[in-house]
Design a binder for this molecule. Structure first.
Ligand code: NDP
Ligand code: 8X3
Length: 252
């Protein structure tokens, strides 16, 4: 479709699948994450398979100065961004308030909330100048219900929901769409990162039911971005059929 789509957290999981879906319909991509090697191989793969242009930017969304400098210094033709997908994020640990690590809390807040704000604030002027744009913020079912020992992760995703609502209100006069997408259990690197490499704990999250795949979530993002100009999905929850909400999962 020849749009420019900026995806954070494109080195794995949802972000990588999202980049692939947009590339397959002819959109150009700015892919970002900390793992430059993963970005480089995705860039090569997408350019070869789909004949589109890919700009790969290696940065940490928590690094305020780098985020603003990198985005301000984009070549002019890459500043014509049509869609921003704020997807980079993580959970670290599943611990009660008394045993949780302060570092884990800070990393989640800095990445999921502050990082999303930095990238959005840096890109918004491009949207406002062109009087159009679409921001997709990756929330979670954890934004909708708090679950046991989800404390700070749930709070960060709740913040993503509030921020999305505020963006939607303030960006109305500029015809900018804001969509918050809230997935339930999906197999990506998410649980291995949350449980710090403990494969058994990560696998247990998905036992006894069929979880979402990254492609399922990417298809939903693509759907939201391909609607007519006057239509905006504001808030969307997507779960496996076996999952009712953040707490209830039916396991066979
Ligand atoms: P993955 O771990 O597979 O992907 C996370 C992505 O975020 C990676 O590309 C990672 O790249 C990037 N990232 C993490 N920290 C930073 C950082 N500081 N700076 C830049 N990039 C960063 O997980 P998912 O694909 O599952 O997660 C994507 C989003 O979806 C997250 O916001 C997550 O909270 C949310 N989510 C996930 C669900 C699930 O069940 N999987 C359900 C609901 C929401 P790199 O390490 O290279 O920097
Ligand atoms: C990821 C889904 O249920 O682990 O956001 O919080 S959950």
């Amino acid at each position: 479709m020849n749009r420019i789509v900026f995806v954070t957290g494109a080195s794995s999981g949802f972000g990588k699948a999202i980049a692939e879906k947009f590339a397959a319909i002819g959109d150009h991509l700015i892919i970002t994450a900390r793992r430059g090697d993963a970005l480089q191989s995705l860039k090569k793969d997408l350019e070869t398979r789909f004949g589109i242009k890919v700009l790969s930017l290696e940065f940490d969304v928590r690094d305020k100065e780098v985020v603003f400098k990198t985005i301000e210094n984009l070549p002019d033709e890459w500043k014509e961004i049509d869609i921003l997908i704020n997807n980079a994020g993580l959970a670290l640990g599943r611990d009660s308030f008394d045993s949780a690590s302060l570092d884990d809390w800070e990393t989640m807040i800095d990445t999921n909330v502050k990082g999303l704000l930095y990238v959005s604030k840096a890109i918004m002027p491009f949207f406002v100048r062109r009087n159009k744009g679409h921001i997709i913020n990756m929330g979670s079912v954890a934004a909708k219900e708090v679950y046991d020992k989800g404390n700070v992760y749930c709070a960060t995703k709740n913040a993503v929901e509030s921020i999305s609502h505020s963006m939607r209100i303030e960006l109305l006069p500029h015809h900018i769409k804001v969509t918050a997408i809230h997935p339930g259990a999906a197999v990506t690197e998410f649980s291995m990162i949350r449980f710090k490499g403990d494969q058994e704990k990560a696998d247990a999250v998905y036992t006894g039911f069929k979880p979402l795949s990254a492609e399922d979530v990417a298809d939903t993002v693509l759907y939201c971005c391909n609607l007519p100009e006057h239509v905006c999905i504001n808030d969307l929850v997507i779960t496996p059929t076996a999952q009712a909400d953040a707490i209830y999962i039916h396991r066979e």
